[in-house]
Design a protein around this ligand. Sequence first.
Ligand SMILES: Cc1cc2nc3c(=O)[nH]c(=O)nc-3n(C[C@H](O)[C@H](O)[C@H](O)COP(=O)(O)OP(=O)(O)OC[C@H]3O[C@@H](n4cnc5c(N)ncnc54)[C@H](O)[C@@H]3O)c2cc1C
Length: 407
Amino acid sequence: MERTTCCVVGGGPAGLMLGLLLARAGVEVTVLEKHGDFLRDFRGDTVHPSTLRLLDELGLGQRFAELPARRLDEVRMHIGDAVITLSDLRRIPGRHKYIAMVPQWDFLDLLAGAARQEPSFTLRMRTAVTGLRTDGGRVTGVRYAGPDGTSGEIAADLVVACDGRDSVVRAAAGLRPEYVDVPMDVWNVRVPAQGDGSQDGRVFMRARGRQFAVTMDRGAFYQTSYLIEKGTDRALRANDIQWFRDRVGELFDWGPEVTKAIGSWDDVKLLEVTMGHLRRWYRPGLLCIGDAAHIMSPTGGVGVNLAVQDAVAAARLLAEPLRRGGVGVRGLARVQRRRRLPAAVIQRMQLGEHETLLRPALEGRLDPERLPVPFRLLRRVPPLRTLAGYLGGVGIRPERAPAFARA
Ligand SMILES: Cc1cc2nc3c(=O)[nH]c(=O)nc-3n(C[C@H](O)[C@H](O)[C@H](O)COP(=O)(O)OP(=O)(O)OC[C@H]3O[C@@H](n4cnc5c(N)ncnc54)[C@H](O)[C@@H]3O)c2cc1C
């Protein structure tokens, strides 16, 4: 039987950051990732100021700065003809006054590369966890399906579920999230960037006539998230692709020379949005963090940062007990106590945005002349935009790198 001290399931932002930090603490840690690489699209390419500071503390800031990045310091929204600045990061405290837009695979490769330098770290790609080993009520390890039809079991003092929104580990442990109703799913498309400076900022949102979309300037292309009413993907795809080209073109004032980049429905990727949270993030021998514990909406683009922050808190609170030979439920409860509030506050803000902005926009009820109060305030009181920038970019309870992980 294979053995490790901490088995981390999922090599996303939460899992790789946790693996890196625990390995730097000298804890034997094995990260299992079901995919063969990190080359997946549309996973959320935002790296926030608090994560940027963390990378500096870990001695990875320089390497991160060498990655291809766009810097985002302001988010603006067009509703009809009105333009509102929703958040402004230029005056937030700290060295990094922007969100870095970096392909997530580059970010994950960087974390994995740094972790591989630690002798107690193992990363196994193409290894999908299929179930849990248990002894009495305690989780004692995982079962996995590896490359080329192999399978096996790994015993561990602690299993940490970092396997995201549809967490297999969470389900196998009998932990059920409480879901909230969300108004939308997302279609993701790319079109070539215009490069003519006509777009006002690097994230621009547009709401007009039952349509809502967000576009991020990624340099060579615009990455566009187009919202559709929840559950309507299949029905809408019955239309000719030209129908969609016309709609998104009208929304962003893109001509046919731009929208023709959307060749067919195959270029329109559906991402289903869910949102929810676990009441209890743990059971003996098992902890859930990141989206496995609190499933984030894409609204505000904050889930990656939150997952990273969970990992930092978990490493700080659990490294020592793991080195001493085991973590009890009290230690796991401390992680939840530390991280529940930041996750709950962000989810509450996301919920507010769903109900006051996105649902009315998709149902054609959003009146630019009578915007919801928070948006009117943002328009009139500029410091509130900085506060919004801080809450989105740094959040509450930002985590600092533990001393054992600093380089
Ligand atoms: C449409 C959409 C857009 C989003 N955009 C953004 C954004 O721009 N910015 C942002 O910050 N957040 C965004 N989010 C939220 C963000 O994606 C998540 O909050 C974040 O990825 C959570 O990180 P995580 O590490 O917990 O999980 P994930 O990033 O989901 O990583 C989980 C990892 O576990 C692996 N895995 C899954 N099952 C298994 C298994 N059984 N065995 C082994 N490995 C497994 C997966 O392959 C994956 O690598 C978006 C969400 C959606 C739905």
